[in-house]
Design a protein. Sequence first.
Lengths: 249, 262
Amino acid sequence: MKRALRGAVLPVALLLLWELANRSGWVDPRILPPLERVARTAVDQVVNQGLLGHLGSSLLRDVIGFTLGTLFGLAVGTVLGLSRIADRLFMPTFNGLRQIAILAWIPLIAIWFGMGETAKIVFIMAAAFIPVVLNTYEGVRSASAQLVEVARALTFTRWQVVTRLYLPSALPSIATGVHLALIYAWVASIGSEYFMTVGPGIGGMIIAGRERFEMDLVMLGVLILGGVGYLINRSASLLEAWLLRWQRA
Amino acid sequence: MRTASLPLPAAGVSFPPAAVALLFPAFLLVLWSLAARLGWLPPQILPAPEEVGSALLELARNGDLARDTGISLLRVVEGFAAGCVLGLLLGVAMGLSPTVEDYVRPLFTAFAQVPTLGWIPLLMLLVGIGEGLKILVIAKAAFVPVTLNTLAGIRAVPAHYSEVGTVFRFSRWQMLSRVIFPAAVPPIFTGLRYGLTHSWNALVAVELLASAEGLGYLLVWGRQMFWLDTMMAAMAMIGIVGFLLDRVMAMLEARLQRWRVA
């Protein structure tokens, strides 16, 4: 209780300062719009300007890109982790390419796939793909040697070894990768809308707000960004804990 | 540990690793070269590899590459330094004092929740698109991981270390400088390393969105001109510099941890 109160001190003080700054006219309201204007913009955006539609499009894009990237990443990571040949052939190339900051791919992706929906989803896919590959690969490789011996003694088929041994023992690591992928995919959804501003989306809304110098709109967008990011992160943590509950037993 | 006993495909077959590692890139290069030469794809979509090479050489020769790389590096160093100083201060303050943590943590968490990319348009309105914007964005990117890792590092110092200090009747300052900080160096350094990676990514973001020079701008310029060779050269440079920055941090990290091995 005491901690919660202490934690509230700074945010409340900032809000008061904000309000005070507006009332007394210390700052240009275009730079720091009054609180109630941000709130009114929020209502107006939801009711009249289709904010929820923007949010929906961003999330849909996010989910599609994330799902494709993760599935693809799981497959590639498993193969790289299991096969030494594949590891030696492809891992150095993969490690080389992933040195390039992910956003630097956007111009190239935009030229290759156009500025539309496909390019955005390809970019989000790439952002989700990388952490899933890395963590699946690590997880599969760190499977216990004793368990592999057991599997061999029980004459498991190759498919059984993969589904009953490698993948379950890689699960904690895979969960970490998927969690990262969720976060990266959301940031990538916003990024894709910044640089390929065609079609609806929260990122596009923020960019439009900046171009029209509507600080209230930009602030609203930033709040939504953070809020959605927080929710994604929380649900990923809960899901992770639930999936890995057998570990604690 | 790697298991060699399972009859997985081709386990145990050995090639010199470096040669194998180059096989796939070489194959890609040949494919790329063929695709360009035989006109499978128009050059506006896929320029020939040698064109990318000569674009890189040309940029290197006329000094653009060195200039843009230098500008980008300078921005990263400035922003990273600012973010590190703030992050270390806040992390140490929160790590040493649970009261400070109680007050600051919720606000910090809310601040950290919005990705760097989200702050850029807001900061553009606040401070314009000058040099200040770049430094702020890069500093923010480094600030968050540095703060979190410093906090965690200080908290993770084993209690028996400080107990030994208490037995020696260390003063508060001695305790900090001889026990707490040295023990917290490895996790703090991990935070710095993450911070630098985040800073480099943030630099690319901010230069793509608002800049008239730097490697990110080179990329934007190449895109506007539809010069894919320039774009790819800029991407390669972004990858190389990012890799080298991380290598430098890794080397420093290994050096700082030498005492642990002994």
